[in-house]
Design a protein around this ligand. Structure first.
Ligand code: SAM
Length: 284
């Protein structure tokens, strides 16, 4: 890990709390996010032989897919601050026999990437956690070639993401919600405002900034079974944080309320809801 501890709080969070949870849920999360990863990689249009950095690679899904796309003549570096998630990513790359995927424990805001080492930087929900996003994106830009490109996917506001908003509102009947975060504070919704994202990338020296709405309607928990959707809503995101250390009574009450709130969204394909993201790309 680089010297600077600019993102200490996030480093602790992604190593101690969220990391182990994401590892335990890796298969379910990857299945849930597969179509969003597809949209990201389509936008990135990686070519055989290219060198890529995957920021906030987590358990490595996008890194492995990018490595397959650039082929043996190319290379992908997954950068992340979470040791347990990197460990899972390394295991998966070894199991897949991918020799062109490497991983680094690296805070992307300060990590000394080699200048011009990458043709493309990609990220699936891994760039919203920087204490100083303009500094982080400037650091990432230096890792790109002069013709390099940046592509990432991030969440639009919670209000447009019922897959998270509906279960959270149901849980709030039984649990006290923390005060809403300051606008743009590091977290999953830090980049929900497209103009803010544009201004950050502009400040960090990028050009040709393109920010598009990407809307997906997906079964929550990637299952037709409402119980799996309820499990997913409880196991990940703010509901899971609020339930940490809570007893069985409150868990059962929250589960019942979430099930009730999700029932009107039930279709033959399962509990289907909007997953609203920004698909962002820019040039150095
Ligand atoms: C929401 S998860 C997404 C993980 C993965 N990209 C995926 O889609 O499964 C966010 C990831 O960003 C990583 N992250 C947060 N801050 C970071 C930083 N400053 N530098 C590198 N990675 C960071 C976290 O450790 C975590 O793996």
């Amino acid at each position: 890990m680089a010297e600077s501890r600019a993102n200490d709080e996030q480093i602790a969070y992604w190593n101690e709390k969220a990391g182990p949870k994401w590892v335990a849920m890796q298969e379910r999360l990857d299945a849930q996010l597969a179509s969003l990863e597809g949209a990201l990689l389509e936008r990135a249009a990686l070519l055989p032989g290219e060198r890529v950095i995957d920021i906030g690679c987590g358990c490595g899904s996008t890194t492995l897919e990018a490595a397959a796309r650039v082929g043996p003549g190319g290379a992908v570096l997954g950068a992340d601050i979470s040791r347990p998630m990197l460990e899972r990513a390394r295991e998966r790359a070894a199991a897949a026999g991918l020799k062109n995927a490497d991983f680094a424990e690296a805070d992307a805001q300060v990590f000394p990437f080699a200048p011009g080492q990458a043709d493309a930087v990609i990220s699936r929900f891994g760039v919203m956690f920087f204490a100083d996003p303009a500094a982080a994106f400037a650091n990432i830009r230096r890792a790109l070639t002069p013709a390099g490109r940046l592509c990432f996917v991030c969440w639009r506001p919670m209000s447009e993401n019922p897959w998270m908003r509906v279960p959270l509102a149901a849980a709030a009947k039984h649990l006290e919600l923390p005060p809403p975060p300051e606008p743009h504070a590091p977290g999953p919704f830090a980049f929900d405002d497209a103009e803010w994202v544009r201004s950050i990338l502009d400040m960090a020296g990028y050009s040709s900034i393109q920010i598009d709405r990407h809307d997906a309607r997906l079964p929550i928990g990637n299952s037709a079974d409402i119980e799996r959707s309820v499990d997913f809503a409880i196991d990940i995101g703010p509901v899971s944080s609020l339930l940490m250390g809570k007893g069985d009574d409150i868990r059962s009450a929250v589960r019942a309320s979430i099930r009730e709130a999700l029932t009107p969204l039930l279709t033959p394909e399962g509990v289907v809801a909007d997953f609203a993201t920004w698909l962002v790309s820019a040039r150095t």
